[in-house]
Design a protein around this ligand. Structure first.
Ligand SMILES: [Zn+2]
Length: 239
């Protein structure tokens, strides 16, 4: 085994010993059961680790990560993870967490080909196209930041519209979906104020979140925000 991997294993032994010394019985307790209150759906980017950023220990946050923190309606990997978190672990909060400077979002914004992931990032390109009137009049750097935020808002909606969340809310189970974005430059999380905690509020929360990004032609006299929400086909049974 190479030295760099041996270093990782010795780091691990030191960490396990220090953790057990600080909190005797830590691992024995965790080995019996996990009961996290939070689920984190984030980008696979190595600079955005869920536990460290939020100061949470092992056992406190259930994590699903992929390129550009996308939740696709038919992605059995994400859906199975969300179902386990909601129905078995009974998490109270699900955070979809994007980050500024996301290479996946940048590729989608600029139409850069990266390989197989192009097909995955097509979902982010769809977000860009759907909201192009809110994006195109901004300077390029700002466009990327705004698309990072819009992508989170869209994915919060996708989680909220999944059968898992709809069924949980129908049962009266308390669980909320939040949208956050992380700054690589300052290490800070920002709440995008798009929390959805029951089905009746999903469409309104979605439309209100998008309204914060003005369209270039918003003065047309039409209710552009509602049209935008309708453009997404968002919200079955929407009023
Ligand atoms: Zn990323």
């Amino acid at each position: 085994m190479s030295q760099e991997l041996r270093d990782l294993l010795s780091n691990n032994r030191r960490w396990a010993a220090a953790t057990e010394a600080r909190e005797p019985g830590f691992f024995t307790r965790l080995a019996q059961q996990q009961s996290p209150r939070y689920m984190w759906i984030g980008c696979a980017d190595s600079r955005v680790p869920a536990n460290e950023i939020t100061g949470l220990d092992p056992g406190e946050v259930f994590v699903h990560r992929n390129v550009a923190n996308v939740v696709v309606h038919s992605d059995l990997n994400a859906l199975s993870t969300i179902q386990f978190a909601v129905e078995h672990l009974k998490v109270r909060h699900i955070m979809v967490v994007g980050h500024y400077g996301c290479a996946g979002v940048r590729a989608a914004m600029r139409g850069i080909r990266v390989g197989l992931a192009d097909n995955w990032l097509r979902h982010v390109q769809d977000v860009r196209l759907r909201h192009r009137k809110r994006l195109e009049h901004l300077p390029p750097a700002e466009q990327e930041d705004v698309l990072c935020e819009m992508n989170v808002i869209e994915q919060v909606g996708n989680v909220a519209l999944s059968t898992v969340l709809q069924d949980a809310w129908a049962r009266g189970q308390p669980v909320a979906v939040h949208g956050w974005v992380y700054g690589l430059r300052d290490g800070l999380l920002k709440d995008l104020d798009v929390t959805m905690d029951r089905p009746e509020t999903v469409v309104d929360r979605f439309a209100a979140a998008l309204k914060r990004y003005p369209r270039a032609d918003a003065a047309g006299g039409r209710d552009a925000e509602v049209l935008d929400a309708a453009d997404t086909g968002f919200g079955p049974g929407a009023p």
